[in-house]
Ligand binder design. Structure first.
Ligand code: GCU
Length: 138
């Protein structure tokens, strides 16, 4: 598949809640991180082969303040304090993309808030650039 989407509302959430009180999300909702450092969403990402992939996080941040997060892949740091800057409002979504290496098989991708504001509202993770014969396709 050219890309595979993983909805935040079906991922593992620590210190956050699934919500749908804003518009424009995909799937059935989004994750509203608790406003606390250390809150995270963890995705289980399937890859058919080891190689480079792009991780695109779709998020909203209706404040004027960056909500940085650390991104890990299989427990290893992939991006420190990745910026999730302001969007126009909580109904407006933006993409933040990084390039990572995925292993063949199942990978754990975790996005952890690094400030007391917590993370942005997180809609989904889109994985592109690797072939995946098992995950649902969009
Ligand atoms: C508001 C907004 C939430 C958001 C929260 C936050 O309450 O409605 O969707 O998660 O701010 O600051 O994180």
């Amino acid at each position: 598949a050219a890309s595979t989407d993983y909805q935040a509302e079906t991922a593992t959430v620590s210190q956050g809640a699934v919500a749908s009180n804003h518009t424009g999300y995909t799937g059935t909702g989004f994750v509203d991180y608790t406003n606390i450092a250390g809150s995270y969403v963890e995705f289980s990402v399937s890859a058919a082969a080891t190689g480079t992939a792009q991780l695109t996080f779709r998020y909203a941040n209706g404040t004027t303040v960056n909500r940085p997060m650390d991104i890990t892949v299989n427990g290893n740091s992939a991006a420190l304090n990745l910026s999730f800057g302001a969007t126009a409002d909580w109904d407006t979504w933006a993409d933040q993309t990084i390039s990572v290496t995925l292993n063949a098989g199942t990978n754990t991708v975790r996005a952890t808030a690094t400030t007391a504001n917590g993370g942005p509202n997180l809609d989904r993770l889109r994985v592109t650039g690797q072939s995946d014969s098992t995950a649902p396709t969009t």
